[in-house]
Design a protein around this ligand. Sequence first.
Ligand code: KIV
Length: 297
Amino acid sequence: MSTMRSITVPTDASRLPMTLPRMAEKKRLGEPLVMVTAYDYPSALAVDKAGVDLVLVGDSGAMTVLGYPSTVAVELDELLVLAKAVRRGLTMPFLIGDLPFGSYEVSDEQAVTTAFRFVKEAGCDAVKLEGGGPVSVARARAIVQAGIPVMGHVGLTPQTSTALGGYRAQGRTAEAARRVADEAMALQEAGCFSIVFEAIPSAVAEAVMPRMDALVIGIGAGPATDGQVLVFHDLLGIREGRGARFVQRYADILDEMVAGVTAYAGDVRSRRYPSPDHGYSIPDEELAAFRHALGEQ
Ligand code: KIV
């Protein structure tokens, strides 16, 4: 007789902290997992209130909040500052820290040391690394063996986009699709609890899914994956331009921000702001005493 018990998910399951067993149960039940990036305290509060399952402090923050032209330049210490702020704003979702380019490739020791910093200093539940070649697979295995859950990332991997020929979809020939599938399976075999499939044909993702026990989170990989991830600034329109083909925009916050600050600037320049209602009062006798102290008669 099997000793395995299925997890009973209470009615108010959405308000329980997300855990690896709960995510595995969602996969088993075919319930899509919702993942989004966040980079600071207010974005963390927003995604927490919205009830998402997983939050990634992505190295995409290099571009969305730090203004770098790509994800390559961002330093580990910079991402740790963002991750700590996100941690302070989250209660329920599972938090993943993205290992920045150059912080894990050199050796297993470097990868494990970096991963420990995300867990110990920023309170992350897991880390993510990019690529499914031999180096990334070895680093993923080392971090998992050190006791930290790892999310892999195959397909379009922005940290190495120069080597991939730019920001373009991957796996669009039989050979390239086979490479993506092999990388995903190697990461799974190394112990990754989850793998991101980025910018690969939907049919390729669908064909690989039956071989994936790990949770597959898609971004531009079609509907067959176990969940979806989008960048916070892309889905809310806190950036210029439409972004990649797979981005669905749910708000136009940048326009709202510009409109709000423009209105404020107009009110200051025309002296409509501040109004008397925005000021503080002082009793007449206190004001008189103060004026007297200033030497006024
Ligand atoms: O850095 C990031 O935001 C990511 C997601 C797009 C998966 O890697």
